[in-house]
Structure formats: structure tokens, C-alpha cells
Design a binder for this molecule. Structure first.
Ligand SMILES: NC(=O)c1ccc[n+]([C@@H]2O[C@H](COP(=O)([O-])OP(=O)(O)OC[C@H]3O[C@@H](n4cnc5c(N)ncnc54)[C@H](O)[C@@H]3O)[C@@H](O)[C@H]2O)c1
Ligand SMILES: O=P(O)(O)OC[C@H](O)CO
Length: 335
């Protein structure tokens, strides 16, 4: 292990808790912040996050708290794992506490800022300043598997090589590999777009469209991801890696994915978008991301047909059958 560090993880949902468990297992001292006081108390009393990761004991060197000042004031690194819509608010609160102190900051949130359509590194630079030490952590990672210590690989991306390496060093473990990257745009587009494609494959599988259709959605979904990444300044090769193809395959093919299950729910055709969301009871980032990407796509004049149908379906403008019909009736073209 690298030297023992004191690290704060902000956000005590499934992913924040799993990452905090991992960092504690590596040997770091970890403060896990929840924005709900009763949840922090429950985590302390039960040594378990019963709602999000039942049956997994929290290590002793993981300290739950609902006090943000307590959580971040004497740590050398902060990892944000709040939903994308709460990202800016959480970062502003952090900035107020740390002031000009130099702290390593990263996030494992996947998505765009819904109101501004910005990628999260753009939000981070706005709040913290262009020279801030920041990184984004992404890749094919179900919280439950990381919390159980199953083998996992991720990427740590930063415009400063030393920052990407810092986070890779803190996470490295015999069950965990963290690759470094410099393409924050590509990594963030991959993490946000795969959720939209997971909704699409959930719908397709929910309708019983078969394995051929699922494979077609995954590969054409990757082409859409590349188009958006390229248009926003990301590199095509990044999309071939863990944060693109890797996460696309994971989320589109396994029912642990909430976005995929959300698609299944929509395919039933008898529930509203909100009703399906409530049934899932956890963050479904793809439902927010598809609205952002639709606006970006219109502004940039991109051809993203699968995203377009997911958008119409999530917005309750068409039925699942109409979405399939629209995709299958498109004119032929070269691959
Ligand atoms: N669960 C996974 O396997 C996984 C893996 C990789 C990335 N992610 C990403 O991590 C992010 C968080 O997902 P999750 O799985 O932990 O979600 P979750 O639904 O399990 O939990 C969300 C957490 O966010 C908290 N929260 C809600 N509003 C908040 C606010 N305003 N301020 C602070 N906290 C707030 C909730 O109390 C809850 O603890 C998402 O962007 C998700 O895409 C999740
Ligand atoms: O459960 P999902 O669909 O939010 O996916 C979780 C992770 O992002 C998978 O990498």
C-alpha cells in the first residue's frame, strides 16, 4: 500500500459507501459524509449501510459523519460521490471549508450538470479555479462488487498527470487496478452516455427483442458515444477503454444496473417515468443525462438516433414499440 492517507468521501449512497469501504480496506483513514444526519447515525450504530449495501460490514477505520466541516477539514484528499444534480452544491460547500488549502479533489459521479449541460470537470474548474488539483474516476464498476472486494479496474483521469497518479496510488490493491488517463472529456462522456444506452438495452430486452438487438445497441451506442466525445473535444480511443466500452458492456448487459432496470420498467408500458424511477428507489443518472444530451445534440447538430428514441420515451412522447419502429425504419447507410 501507498502511505496511509486521510481521505473524505462525500455521498453515502451505494457508490460512495463502496469506495469508502475499499479505501479503508487499503488502509487509509476515511471519513464518509452523508447529507442526512439520521443516515450517518445509522451507519455508525449498525456498522452497515443497510439501505444501499446490506450485509457488508463497514471497516473500523471508516468514520461516518453528517458534519461536512468535520469530514473535510483535516484530510488531504476529497472524493465526491453525490448525484450529478448535487455536484456543484457539494463542491461549493467543500470550497467554503477548505478555502485556499491545497487538497486533492476527485469525483466518481457520472453525468452532466443538468441545468448547464456542462461536464463535471468544467463545473469543478469554475468552482475551484483552473489550476485546481482534480481528477475524475470512472469505469465499469458495480458498487456491490467493489464493496465485496471482487476484482475491478477503473480509470483516473486528470489534465495533470500527477493527480491521475495520486488517485491510482490510493486505490491500488490486490483486487483493484486503477489506470491513469489524461482525457477527462472522453472519460466523462463515456460514463454519462453508457447510462443512456443501458436504458435502451433494458427497453429492448424488456420487449424481448433478443440478443442480436442488444449487441447492435451496444455497438451503435458506442458510435454515438464517440460522436459526442469527439464533438466536445474528447479522444475517440478513450471510448474504446474502460470508461467507454468497458462501462457500456457492463451496464447494458447486467441487471445490477439501475439504468438497465429502469429501461425494463419503461418497456412494460403501463408505468410513467416517475413511477419506474420510484420503483428503482436509487439514482438513475441516464434519465437526467438523456435530456442534457438531447439539448447538446440539437445545439451541435449531431446524429444520435438511439439517444433520440430514449429521450422521447423517457419524456413520455412515444411508446416502446414506436421507439423500435423508428430505429428499424431508418434509411440504410454505410457503417
Ligand atoms: N452504484 C454504482 O454502482 C455506481 C458505480 C459508479 C458510479 N456511480 C455513480 O455515483 C453517483 C452516486 O450514485 P450512487 O449509486 O451512490 O447513488 P444512490 O442512489 O445509491 O445514493 C445516492 C446518495 O446521494 C445522496 N444525495 C442525494 N442528494 C444529495 C445532495 N443534494 N447532497 C449530498 N448527497 C445527496 C443520497 O442521500 C444517497 O446517499 C451517481 O452519479 C452514479 O452514476 C454509481
Ligand atoms: O447501476 P447503474 O446503471 O447506475 O450503473 C452503475 C455503474 O455506473 C456501472 O459502472
Amino acid at each position: 500500500m501507498s502511505e496511509q492517507r486521510k481521505i473524505a468521501v462525500l455521498g453515502a449512497g451505494a457508490w460512495g459507501t463502496a469506495l469508502a469501504i475499499h479505501l479503508a480496506k487499503v488502509g487509509h483513514v476515511v471519513n464518509l459524509w452523508s447529507h442526512r444526519a439520521e443516515q450517518a447515525e445509522q451507519l455508525k450504530a449498525e456498522q452497515e449501510n443497510a439501505r444501499y449495501l446490506p450485509g457488508i460490514t463497514l471497516p473500523k477505520n471508516l468514520v461516518p459523519t453528517a458534519n461536512l466541516v468535520e469530514a473535510v477539514s483535516d484530510v488531504e484528499a476529497i472524493l465526491l460521490v453525490v448525484p450529478s444534480n448535487a455536484f456543484r452544491e457539494a463542491l461549493i460547500a467543500v470550497k467554503k471549508v477548505i478555502g485556499e488549502r491545497s487538497v486533492h479533489i476527485a469525483w466518481a459521479t457520472k453525468g452532466f450538470e443538468p441545468v448547464t449541460q456542462k461536464l463535471l470537470h468544467e463545473v469543478a474548474f469554475e468552482v475551484l479555479g483552473k489550476s485546481a488539483k482534480v481528477a475524475v474516476l470512472s469505469g465499469p464498476t458495480f458498487a456491490n462488487e467493489v464493496a465485496k472486494g471482487l476484482p475491478t479496474a477503473m480509470v483516473s483521469a486528470s489534465n495533470q498527470e500527477s493527480e491521475a497518479q495520486y488517485w491510482a496510488d490510493q486505490f491500488h490493491y490486490d483486487t483493484f487496478r486503477m489506470y491513469t488517463q489524461s482525457d477527462m472529456v472522453g472519460v466523462e462522456v463515456g460514463g454519462a452516455y453508457k447510462n443512456i444506452m443501458a436504458i435502451a438495452t433494458g427497453i429492448s430486452d424488456g420487449l424481448g427483442m433478443g440478443a442480436n438487438a442488444r449487441a447492435a445497441l451496444v455497438s451503435r451506442g458506442m458510435v454515438e458515444m464517440m460522436r459526442l466525445s469527439h464533438a466536445l473535444g474528447g479522444q475517440t480511443e478513450t471510448i474504446m477503454g474502460l470508461a467507454g466500452l468497458g462501462d457500456l458492456v457492463l451496464t447494458c448487459t447486467d441487471d445490477l444496473s439501475r439504468n438497465r432496470r429502469f429501461g425494463f420498467g419503461l418497456a412494460r408500458g403501463d408505468l410513467s417515468t416517475n413511477e419506474v424511477m420510484n420503483e428503482i428507489g436509487q439514482v438513475v443518472e441516464g434519465a437526467k443525462a438523456v435530456k442534457t444530451v438531447k439539448q447538446l445534440s440539437d445545439n451541435l447538430g449531431l446524429d444520435l438516433p438511439i439517444m433520440e428514441q430514449v429521450y422521447l420515451l423517457v419524456s413520455e412522447k412515444i411508446s416502446p414499440q414506436q421507439a423500435v419502429q423508428a430505429l428499424m425504419s431508418r434509411s440504410g447507410k454505410s457503417e
